[in-house]
Design a protein. Structure first.
Ligand SMILES: Nc1ncnc2c1ncn2[C@@H]1O[C@H](COP(=O)(O)OP(=O)(O)OP(=O)(O)O)[C@@H](O)[C@H]1O
Ligand SMILES: [Mg+2]
Length: 483
């Protein structure tokens, strides 16, 4: 296969771009929710995946509102990956809103409003509607145009099913629809009574022999059975947030496209909650609670955390999944330290799923999957070296080397990546550990280096100087809670 051919095939099969998690297609669990070692792009981390599978089942059942789950673990142990897998496992029907905690500080609205909107985006409402339709095979159609060419057209159509046949008079609007769809005798059609929309289902089998030449696309269908007039149920799925936006008069539905929804009044939300409950009781709507995923949750501040405490107690709350890689640290916007940088009362309301670092074998497996994802053929030795690099530095760094090594190998017109290519990239691009080591060694050459002053401070404190109240304060600068 030439290069050009290869490119073309790839263009057709993959329109999506390759992202950090594009190799993940699900949680990779079996029927009894046990995690398979390698499946659907997921490797190892069995306990956490199994726990995630149980959460997915809880969401699918849709009975429980406002549960909160925290994914906690070291950096690059697959917390975000597991959340992506959960979204895949839930499918398109269940709303899954994914956001990073810092997003709420950059929007043109208050932090709590941004959180409320995110929560309401995660609750789906399936609205059922019954419409009346006429469905039948066209026996005869007659449209009279006035001789002048302008003015009202009049028309008649005879429709039949296997059991009955009826004549209908056609209005001007429906005649236009008939002409647009090029309806002829022998077509099987449906007419939506409320909107007057006409659609062609295909040609009737009974007429198949009447025509010698039919196009390749002609679809033949059976003549409908039973009554001509039927009731049909249509289901629309929207989120609570979409209903909010459409009903908030100041913005209108176009705000849905621009995303510029502004703040929505609480009264509107209350009214909509009431209305949706009414629909639910009347059997017109079903609530389909989904998931709100907040990544890097330690970036939320105290106000957000206490807002979440309360918001999760509402009936209309989704299941909230959070992820963090922080240990014991300060809660943003305060001076209090707490596990995961989150207040204890919120932690008390959640169940925690822990992710653990990967073994060498698992790292190798992840790297292998990433090679496939990035269309890179790597030989076994190179993969071994790359695995070693991943264990010594980080998984993310090793993943970055795949594409670069692939490019290096392509430059020397090789079809597979060898140890040499990996080594070359390892030398060209340094990782975080080597970079900080270089900084330590060459600190005097750089600007604004603070290690020196820290050392001086240490010396001072040893000498007993500068021991005032200020030293009690934490060394790192305090993050401010406002946007
Ligand atoms: N079990 C796994 N199976 C397959 N790929 C994985 C797995 N775990 C992690 N990865 C991949 O490794 C990379 C890093 O993982 P991820 O981004 O999920 O880490 P994280 O726990 O969210 O880290 P951080 O705390 O830094 O956000 C991603 O490309 C991810 O897809
Ligand atoms: Mg992450």
């Amino acid at each position: 296969m030439t290069d050009a051919e290869k490119l073309e095939v790839r263009d057709i099969t993959r329109i999506e771009r390759i992202g950090a998690h594009s190799h993940i297609r699900g949680l990779g669990l079996d029927d009894v929710l046990e995690a398979r070692a390698v499946s659907q792009g997921m490797v190892g981390q069995k306990e956490a995946r199994r726990a995630a599978g149980i959460v997915v089942q809880m969401v699918r059942e849709g009975k429980i509102a406002g549960r909160c789950i925290l994914l906690a673990g070291e950096p690059s142990t697959g917390k975000t990956a597991i959340a992506v897998a959960m979204a895949q496992a839930l499918g398109n029907e269940t709303p899954f809103t994914s956001m990073s905690a810092s997003e709420i500080f950059s929007l043109e609205m208050s932090k709590t409003e941004a959180l409320s909107q995110a929560m309401r985006k995660s609750i789906g409402v399936r609205i059922k509607e019954e419409t009346e339709i006429i469905e039948g095979e066209v026996v005869e159609i007659q449209i009279d145009r006035p001789a002048t060419g302008t003015g009202q057209k009049i028309g008649k159509v005879t429709l039949k099913t296997t059991e009955m046949e009826t004549n209908y008079d056609l209005g001007n609007k429906i005649i236009e629809c008939f002409m647009k769809e090029k309806i002829q005798a022998g077509d099987v059609i449906t007419i939506d009574k409320a909107s007057g929309k006409v659609s062609k289902l295909g040609r009737s089998f009974t007429r198949a022999r009447d025509y010698d030449a039919t196009g390749a696309q002609t679809r033949f269908v059976q003549c409908p059975e039973g009554e001509l007039q039927k009731r049909k149920e249509v289901v629309h799925t929207v989120t609570l947030h979409e209903i909010d936006v459409i009903n908030s008069r100041t913005h209108g539905f176009l705000a849905l496209f621009s995303g510029d929804t502004g703040e929505i009044k609480q009264e509107i939300r209350d009214q909509i909650n009431g209305k949706v409950m009414e629909w639910r009781e009347e059997g017109k709507a079903e609530i389909n609670p989904g998931v709100l995923f907040i990544d890097e949750v330690h970036m939320l501040d105290m106000e957000c955390f206490s807002f979440l405490n309360r918001a999760m107690e509402s009936d209309m709350a989704p299941v909230v999944i959070m992820a963090t890689n922080r240990g014991h640290t300060r809660i943003r916007g305060t001076n209090y330290r707490s596990p995961h940088g989150m207040p204890l009362d919120l932690l008390d309301r959640m169940i925690i799923i822990r992710t653990v670092p990967y073994s060498e074998k698992e790292v190798r497996e992840i790297l292998k999957i990433r090679c496939e994802e990035e269309d890179c053929v790597m030989n076994n030795d190179a993969l071994t070296v790359l695995t070693r690099i991943a264990c010594d530095t980080s998984l993310r760094y090793a993943i970055q080397l795949i594409t670069t090594a692939n490019l290096v190998s392509r430059r020397r017109k090789s079809t597979e990546v060898t140890v040499e290519d990996v080594k070359k990239c390892y030398a060209l691009f340094i990782d975080e550990v080597r970079s900080s080591k270089i900084l330590m060694e060459l600190q005097d050459e750089y600007m604004f280096n603070e290690i020196e002053s820290d050392k001086a401070k240490d010396k001072d404190s040893i000498k007993g100087k500068g021991k005032d109240k200020d030293e009690e304060k934490p060394a790192e600068p305090m993050e401010c809670g406002d946007n």
